[in-house]
Structures are given as C-alpha cells and as structure tokens.
Design a protein around this ligand. Structure first.
Ligand code: NIG
Ligand code: FE
Length: 430
C-alpha cells in the first residue's frame, strides 16, 4: 500500500543527523517544509519534501499512491508518550476530592490510599477486565494523536499481579494499533505486607521479580519510585543496578515531591531517563546534562497535585535533553491528553512551542530507546504520522484543551479519520 500526503500547510519533519535526544537550540529546529508531502510505502516513510520534488523523484510510486490531501493542515510525527502507568484497576476520584479539601498526595498514600488503593483494585481485577479497560484507554490515546505509549507496571507489588500487568501490556502491543513499550516498576511502593521490613521487599524485587521479568522478556526498562518514605537512593541504586545486570535499562521517578538526589543517581547509574524532577537540584541537573540522561517532565502531574512544575527552561538551557509526557495514572495525572500537557509545558515551565514539539516526538522516542525508528518524519522511519486540523503548529497550543487530531496514520495505515477511529467506523457498518 502506498500513501502520499500532500499540500500540508506545514510539514514538521524534525529531521536531523544527530543520533541522540536533542538539546539546547537543537530542540527549536523543527525542519518545517511548507506545502510539504510525505510518501509512504508499506509501514515505512520513503521520502518527505515539497509536492513538486516528490512528484518529480518518485513518479512511479506517486502514480500508484492513495492521496491524502492535507490542505490547510499541519502534518507531524505521531506523538510519543514516554511515561504512563497504563494498566490499572479502579479509579481514585475520591482522593481528588480529599486533595481539594487539603489532604496531600503523600498523606493519602501513607494512610493506605494512593498507589496502595490502586494496587488492591489491580490485584482484584481479572486479566480480561484490565485488557479491555486498557484497550479503551489506548483508543483514546490514538484519537489524541499518540502512536506510541510507554507502560509501567507497579500496581501489583507481588509477582502474580506485576506479571498480569506486564502480560496485559504485551497482549495490547500485539493487538492494538498503538505501540506499547513496557517498563517493570515493581519498586513503585512498599506493599503493606512489607511495611516494617522494606529491605525484604527490595530483595524480592532483585532476586525474584527482576530475573523473571528478564527471562520472560516482559519489559525493556526497570523503574523505581525514589522518594522519601518510598524507596531510598541506596535501595533504588541496588534495584536499578540489579535490573541492568539482567539487561533492563534503568529509569527513575526522581525528586518528585522532596529533593532526594534522584537526578544525581540517574546520571550515576546511566539511566536512559529520569522522570518528574520537580525539585531536582542544580547539581543533579548538571549531572544529567553531562550524562545525556533524558528528563521526562510531567507538567500535568504538577498541575493536578497543585505543585510547582519542574525547571524545564533551566534544564534545556543547561543542556539536558527534555521530553514531555502525560504520566497517565489514576492518582496524580488521570489524563491521556498529551496536547493539553504540551500547553502546560509552555505555560508553567517556560518552554517554547518548538521545544515542546521536540519533547513529545523525537526526544520522547529517545527516552524509550526508539529514537532510531520513530519521532521524526524521515526516510526509513516508521510511518507514524499525525495530521492536525490547525493552520500552523502554534495553534495546537493556542487553542488549548481541545483535540485537533484529524487523521492518524500508524505503521502506514490510516487508523483515525476525521477524528474518528476507523475501527469504530467499521463496527458501525458491520
Ligand atoms: O508518577 N509517583 C509515583 N507514581 C505515579 C503516581 C501513581 C499513582 O498515584 O497511582 C506518578 O506520579
Ligand atoms: Fe509516574
């Protein structure tokens, strides 16, 4: 199947020769082609360029192509969400009410709610229930233009439930159009059973769970919630290094609520990314810049927890490659709207609209080790393409809190048309 997207008002390619996440002024270079075209064959991009150049260089392919007219619209790479807690049982709107009345996120967690409440619901939920519920969430992601999603386990905190979550993510990766990239996060909280002996739980993660995750090929990454009252930097270091020995790439929830030298630890262990970083220290930021650790910033979580956002502006100026993600989860960020989160990154972190586009495409792809295949529109990359019903990319952020997705092409196939999932249209005609 050959597809040709033509007449885009702006074609945002994010093409580049650098083979790593972008930093500093590289983050502002969107490589825009006016009146741009994208030629796709099968699931890959063949070329991008002006309408005239593609028609001149690929006359045979163009003559066989199905044409998508993107007049008046913006064409860009599919969005990448590099940080979600995708698979979970239940919801926690009751805690939102408690927080509106003054309770803090950690108070609620320490009283047995928060992650513990979702753990209980996730343990109780059947595989089928979790699969169907998460399938619907992925549909929503796709409708908002997100074509790849990272998914963390961590609402089991026992092997059978952690495995259930990871298996749900794996089956979704096989069956849903959205690509699901898996992270093991057994170290998301110390379960109530080990409250008085957290080191025993750390030992179980290291000696039992991590080897099983690696053996079953159930995840690529290993994440830890390094936070006062959860896992200490020492425990986090042990868990991340143990994962590394089994081929799991380290990630870390760092310096989210209280400064805890999580950013420093990320750089030290060679983590691919450090996430949250609301209260990361100056030294931690410098260490990350030096190590090339991607900062996955989550301004929706700061918004929903009524906290100050991470210092995104400073991080970029210091040379840290920055990505922006939703942190979709039932407690601190129950939204799949990455476009809204992009607006928050502009409003609350001093990032420019250009930087935010880089942070949700190519840099987010590098945060999950996919920079070589997604995140920009260039020859040989996966044909994951988003067509937005806006006249220029600034309008994506300016008309905020709205879904501007018109068409989504995933692996070279149109999966959303006119804002509607093609699979849903099929169900209507069936
Ligand atoms: O990224 N901080 C830890 N984990 C999640 C929240 C999980 C939850 O509250 O269920 C986060 O914010
Ligand atoms: Fe998170």
């Amino acid at each position: 199947m050959i597809l040709l997207i033509e007449n885009a008002n702006q074609l945002i390619t994010l093409q580049g020769t650098m083979k790593k996440a972008r930093t500093k002024e590289e983050m502002s270079n969107l490589q825009i082609i006016d009146n741009g075209s994208v030629l796709i064959s099968g699931d890959l991009i063949i070329a991008t360029g002006t309408k005239a150049s593609l028609r001149a260089h690929y006359p045979d392919l163009v003559s066989q192509a199905n044409i998508i007219d993107a007049s008046g619209k913006v064409v860009m790479p599919g969005l990448v969400d590099a940080h979600t807690h995708l698979v979970f049982g239940g919801t926690r709107e009751n805690e939102f009410q408690m927080r509106l009345n003054g309770a803090t996120y950690m108070d609620i967690m320490n009283a047995g709610g928060g992650i513990h409440a979702t753990t209980k619901k996730t343990r109780e939920a059947s595989f089928e229930h979790l699969y169907e519920k998460t399938y619907e969430h992925l549909n929503d992601f796709l409708k908002h233009g997100i074509t790849t999603v990272e998914s963390k386990s961590g609402y089991g905190l026992d092997w059978s439930t952690e495995e259930k979550q990871l298996q749900v993510a794996k089956k979704l990766q096989e069956n849903h159009e959205v690509d699901v990239v898996s992270t093991f996060m057994g170290a998301h909280a110390v379960p109530a059973e080990y409250k008085n002996n957290p080191d025993a739980f750390v030992d179980i993660i290291i000696n039992e769970m991590i080897p099983k995750v690696a053996e079953g090929n159930l995840a690529e990454f290993n994440d830890v919630f390094c936070e006062k009252g959860v896992f200490t930097p020492e425990q986090s270091r042990k868990i991340l290094l143990a994962g590394k020995e089994h081929g799991l790439i380290p990630k870390i929830h760092a310096d989210e609520i209280e400064p805890y030298e999580g950013a420093e630890l990320a750089a030290e262990v060679g983590a691919i990314s450090a996430e949250h970083l609301l209260v990361a220290s100056d030294k931690g930021i410098r260490d990350m810049a030096e190590a090339g650790t991607v900062a996955v910033l989550l301004p929706g979580t700061a918004f929903f927890l009524k906290a100050d956002s991470a210092r995104g502006r400073l991080m970029i100026d210091e040379g840290v490659p920055v990505a922006i993600s939703t942190d979709f989860n039932p407690g601190s960020s129950p939204t799949i709207s990455l476009p809204f989160i992009m607006n928050l990154a502009c409003m609350n972190m001093g990032m420019t609209m250009e930087e935010v586009l880089t942070a949700t495409t190519i840099n987010a792809a590098y945060a999950i080790n996919r920079g070589h295949e997604i995140g920009s529109l260039e020859e040989g990359k996966k044909a994951d393409v988003l067509i937005l019903d806006v006249a220029n990319y600034q309008q994506l952020q300016y008309f905020y809190g709205m879904n501007h997705t018109h068409t989504v092409i995933k692996n070279g196939r149109v999966v959303v048309e006119n804002g509607v999932l093609c699979s849903e249209l099929q169900n209507v005609t069936d």
